[in-house]
Every structure is written in structure tokens, then in C-alpha cells.
Write a protein that binds this ligand. Structure first.
Ligand SMILES: *Cc1c(COP(=O)(O)O)cnc(C)c1O
Length: 235
């Protein structure tokens, strides 16, 4: 086994252990939380190592990079998730290629994803990225816009709204993120009541704070650095 294989397999085992422990501590069932290994800016060969070791779900953030990896690993039955910011003009490359798009944050993007999904004859699972914290529009839909946006997505027949996603600000102490996670869960419950729908998934929690996110109800944690190490280059 190469050093990289050893490192990745050890790292993911540790994260899986901690996910299970946090899930149990929160009094939740082991299968309630899915681990997405966030492989952005890491080599396709890293994904393949984890796949061979039994892991299936991966998160990617950059369209071109993600599609190139999908092509390279096309023989593998990978559960791909798109988690990064997505420009609406790139919706057509993404629809139908990922188990879920976690970062839907504008009507324009939703409409274009729906259009492409319709033309492919598929239903695309999506999350609404909610801006629970940061300034500007890069980081999700504002809370005030959420009800109208949920309603809009419900009307798009080739999108299936699975839940909400958020990226809270970074805190040195993960406890700082807790109120943002709790808030996202509350918003999801509010939307369920308001529209009489089910939003079963909450995509929240990263390397620094996934344990806290699980305690606050996360069903999908997106962990990169703790599995793959520092990302090369930026981000
Ligand atoms: C990069 C990224 C992650 C993973 O972050 P880590 O801190 O490396 O675990 C999670 N979610 C999103 C949306 C990301 O872009």
C-alpha cells in the first residue's frame, strides 16, 4: 500500500468514527448522516483510492474539474455531489450529472437546472443554499427570500427539493457555528410547516465543525481537509 493510500484510508476511517460517535451522542441512528468526501482540487487518483476502500459519496465544487474527474472515473459507481457556487450559465453542464446540487441560490439557476433536467428527462435533486451569515449574494438565499424561493422551486417539475444547505462563517471554536446550524434546521422545519412538504436533508458541517453540525441535525456532512489534507493552491 502506498503512503497516500494509507493516509487517506486512515483519515476517512477516523472521520467515519467521529461521525458515528457524534450521531450516537445526539441520539440519532447511524444511517441518518452521510459523509461526503470533498475531493475538490485533489487528484482523481485519491477518489479512486477511497472508492476501492469502499467509500462512494464525493463532493466537488468546480464544474470543469468535476466533469473531468467524472470522465476519468466513469467506470466507477460514484455518488457525486455538486457543492460549490454555481453560475447559472453553467447549469446545463451540471444538471443530471450529480446526485444533488447543494448550492442552488437563485431563480435563474433553478430555472436553468430545471430546463436542462427536463430536456434530459430526469429529476434533479437540489438543496437551497441559505445565507445564514455572510454579506453579499455569493453565499446563498437570504432568509426573507426563502419562502418565495421554496415555492418557486416546488413549481419546477424537474427539480426535487431535498433540503437546505449552509456554509456558516469560520470559527476557531466549532461551537461558534452551532447557532447557524440550529438556525438552518429551524428554517427547514418552518418551510415544512408552511408548505406541508418534507425537507429530509440538511447539508451542513465541514472539517472544523461537522461534529457540532451532526448534533444540530445535519444529514450530510461535507468533509475535505480532514480526509485529503490541505488543498493544493487556493481555497
Ligand atoms: C470545500 C468545501 C467543503 C470542505 O471544506 P473542508 O473545510 O476542507 O472540510 C465543504 N463545503 C463546501 C461548500 C466547500 O466548498
Amino acid at each position: 500500500m502506498s503512503n497516500r493510500e494509507k493516509e487517506l484510508i486512515e483519515n476517512i476511517a477516523e472521520v467515519k468514527d467521529e461521525v458515528l460517535n457524534a450521531t450516537a451522542r445526539a441520539g440519532r441512528k447511524p444511517d441518518e448522516v452521510k459523509l461526503l468526501a470533498v475531493s475538490k482540487l485533489h487528484a482523481a487518483s485519491d477518489i479512486e483510492i477511497l472508492y476501492r476502500a469502499g467509500h462512494r459519496s464525493f463532493g466537488e465544487s468546480y464544474v470543469q474539474e468535476a466533469l473531468a474527474k467524472q470522465e476519468e472515473l466513469s467506470g466507477l459507481d460514484i455518488d457525486w455531489h455538486f457543492i460549490g457556487g454555481l453560475q447559472s450559465k453553467k447549469a446545463k453542464y451540471v444538471a443530471g450529472k450529480f446526485s444533488a446540487v447543494h448550492s442552488v441560490d437563485s431563480s435563474k439557476l433553478a430555472v436553468l437546472l430545471n430546463k436542462k433536467a427536463e430536456s434530459l428527462g430526469v429529476v434533479q435533486n437540489v438543496f437551497i443554499q441559505v445565507n445564514t451569515a455572510c454579506e453579499g449574494q455569493k453565499c446563498g438565499v437570504g432568509e426573507e427570500q426563502l419562502p418565495a424561493f421554496v415555492e418557486e422551486i416546488m413549481e419546477l417539475e424537474n427539480l426535487n427539493l431535498k433540503g437546505l444547505m449552509a456554509l456558516p462563517p469560520f470559527f476557531d471554536d466549532a461551537e461558534g457555528a452551532r447557532p447557524y446550524f440550529a438556525r438552518l434546521r429551524m428554517l427547514a422545519e418552518g418551510m415544512e410547516k408552511l408548505f406541508g412538504i418534507k425537507l429530509p436533508e440538511l447539508s451542513m458541517g465541514m472539517t472544523g465543525d461537522y461534529r457540532v453540525a451532526i448534533e444540530e441535525g445535519s444529514t450530510m456532512v461535507r468533509v475535505g481537509t480532514k480526509i485529503f489534507g490541505q488543498r493544493p493552491g487556493y481555497n
